[in-house]
Design a protein around this ligand. Structure first.
Ligand code: GDP
Length: 200
């Protein structure tokens, strides 16, 4: 399968959506609680070992990171929280910035939401799904670190989360994903290609 995402290059980090690059072309955003495996997934999908490391440098963890695929298309790494405790201020800033970005960004064509298969559907995930649904944005869930469960329990988790998902975002889709084993990469790339209008 052709993978346009291997050409991804870091473009810009911004603390607030209003400083984002010009709102033209097409964008797909990646969201997930911290430690959900977002950086690992971005690195596997783009075939670049350290692309998303930029977002991990201190001070940039709360930033929105933009990666250019070509002149018209971007991947966006949204800030996460939720692994460690964060202050109410940080949570409120995140809610304000991310809800505004999801609701107003014209170039945004879809959201990839990453959840650790062992800890799915936390408040963070429900909020993101709710905002996407309100904004009429397609959402696709990656149940990450699926290698941590055996096949049976992984399948059971997939079915259970798919059911819960239907209540929050009826059109959302979902799959198993493991950055470690690289399972689910082609399936995720097909979704991106579809949203970006790229041939498979
Ligand atoms: P982020 O905070 O969402 O960007 O998460 P990271 O990509 O940094 O991953 C958090 C932790 O989970 C790291 O220790 C990764 O090595 C681990 N991890 C990420 N993806 C996988 C996976 O597919 N399988 C397993 N077993 N561990 C993973």
């Amino acid at each position: 399968m052709s993978n346009a995402y291997q050409k991804a290059r870091f473009l810009k980090s911004v603390p607030e959506p209003r400083q984002a690059p010009p709102d033209v072309g097409l964008e797909v955003a990646f969201a997930g609680r911290s430690n959900a495996g977002k950086s690992s997934a971005l690195n596997v999908i783009t075939g670049q070992k350290s692309l998303a490391r930029t977002s991990k440098t201190p001070g940039r963890t709360r930033q929105i990171n933009f990666f250019a695929i070509d002149d018209m298309r971007r991947l966006v790494d949204l800030p996460g929280y939720g692994f460690a405790r964060v202050s109410r201020q940080i949570k409120e800033d995140w809610q304000r910035h991310i809800s505004r970005y999801l609701e107003t960004r014209q170039s945004l064509v879809g959201v990839i939401l990453l959840m650790d298969i062992r800890h799915p559907m936390k408040e963070f995930d429900r909020q993101v799904l709710g905002w996407c649904h309100l904004a009429g944005l397609p959402a696709h869930v990656l149940l990450t670190k699926s290698d941590k469960l055996k096949r049976g329990p992984a399948k059971a988790a997939l079915l259970s989360v798919r059911q819960q998902l239907a209540a929050l975002h009826p059109d959302a889709s979902i799959q198993l994903f493991s950055a470690l084993k690289k399972t689910g990469t082609d399936e995720a790339i097909l979704v991106l290609n579809h949203w970006f209008g790229l041939a498979d």
